[in-house]
Design a protein around this ligand. Structure first.
Ligand SMILES: *Cc1c(COP(=O)(O)O)cnc(C)c1O
Length: 382
């Protein structure tokens, strides 16, 4: 039997990339910005609708950093951030010399908990500093509680940065994720639902913000014949070659979303009679997830030697990659001195949570190998 490694999520060429890359070479646009970049932004703007302005950058992390800069976050400011996420959501807060304030998750979507968000805001205000921004994440592609979170943000007049890095194609009440915040972010890193090899975009709702983002992303050059700078700039613009990959990739976006959602359905079927496992799924039809990664919770059963880790090792022994879900930021050594509001929801999810292979290119044979590990492990041959 084929024992090739099955990964969590690998990039999947669409076959259309080469034309756009070749065009960039033929046009001598082998640099940052350029026709492919403009076209890629335009396609995303049409896809997102709702007056979205898209700025293509060299990573999702850069996009989060620029969002903080555009919101005026400076040294000593406080920024609230969902704890259960990838570290790239929080690192840019430190780039600005600001202070992250972490907030727990709620169990329905695994994302930022409205209740603890409000407790955190009130307490920070009481202590003398009103948070400058809120970073909320659609983790694994599952929309957070948009109405609740944005109602709180509006009540206290705090802008939201919507970290939609994992959620291209997800939506909430029919509106695309990435378009709810003052700023939204997508990532096109190699493991995401489509890729530009490395890249990201910043989404805003005005032409001025987009122009300002491009200004900072291209070394903050003032309008002058010579090189003139009155602000600190960054080298964050997307390259025309990467945008070419993106133009080829985006043709397969809908197809990729379909296959990720089919993987989620596959796991639903496979795990349906296994009481120790709960698959994360959207709770109602307001929420549409691209199911970038399918994730499960494994309830410990010491008698049967069932745990998140023993299941992961069973997969590993068959050369199948599974990984624990994101370790919450407030438990990370690098962030442990910063404030945290919440209980132990994120921590509990982390103890039990496992990401399953979810790539857009998994074959029937791959699925059979995955299924076999699960049935053998749970002693549940069918
Ligand atoms: C991938 C990711 C990022 C960072 O994007 P890069 O393009 O890798 O810099 C940020 N936040 C989350 C939640 C991510 O998954």
């Amino acid at each position: 039997m084929n024992n090739k490694r099955i990964y969590l999520s690998v990039s999947q060429p669409s076959g259309f990339e080469q034309n756009y890359i070749q065009k960039a070479l033929d046009d001598h646009w082998i640099t940052c910005g350029g026709p492919n970049v403009n076209d890629f932004e335009k396609i995303l703007e049409d896809y997102l609708k709702d007056e979205s302005y898209v700025t293509a950058l060299n990573s999702g992390t850069s996009a989060i950093h620029l969002a903080l800069i555009l919101l005026g976050v400076k040294t000593g400011d406080e920024v609230i951030c969902q704890s259960l996420t990838f570290s790239a959501s929080a690192n840019p807060i430190l780039y600005q010399g600001a202070i992250p304030v972490f907030v727990d998750s709620e169990p329905e979507t695994w994302n930022i908990c409205p209740e603890h968000l409000e407790i955190a805001i009130k307490d920070r205000i009481k202590k003398g500093t009103k948070p400058k921004a809120i970073i909320a994440v659609h983790v694994y592609g599952n929309p957070y509680k948009v109405d609740e979170i944005h109602a709180i943000a509006e009540k206290y007049k705090i802008p939201v940065i919507e970290d939609s890095a994992e959620a291209l194609g997800s939506s909430y009440k029919g509106k695309k994720c990435g378009t709810f915040g003052t700023f939204g972010v997508f990532s096109f890193n190699g493991n995401k639902i489509i890729t530009t090899s490395s890249g990201g975009v910043l989404i805003s709702n005005s032409k001025e913000s987009k122009e300002k983002a491009i200004f900072y992303a291209t070394q903050a050059k003032d309008e002058a014949v010579h090189y003139q700078h009155s602000e600190i700039g960054y080298n964050y613009r997307m390259s025309n070659i990467c945008a070419g990959i993106g133009l080829g990739q985006i043709k397969k976006l809908d197809e990729n979303i379909d296959s990720r959602r089919r993987m989620n359905h596959f796991y639903k079927e496979v795990f349906k009679d296994i009481e120790e496992v709960k698959l994360l799924q959207t709770v109602n039809n307001d929420l549409f997830s691209n199911y970038w990664l399918s994730t499960i919770l494994v309830e410990k059963n010491a008698k049967k030697n069932i745990s998140r880790e023993s299941l992961r090792l069973a997969f590993e022994s068959k050369n199948i990659e599974c990984r624990p879900i994101w370790k919450p930021m407030h438990l990370q050594p690098v962030f442990k001195q910063y404030p945290y509001y919440g209980k132990d929801i994120a921590e509990d999810l982390f103890e039990k949570g496992l990401c399953m292979p979810s790539g857009s290119g998994l074959t029937i044979e791959d699925k059979n190998r995955i299924k076999e590990v699960i049935y053998t492990f749970f002693n549940n041959e069918k």
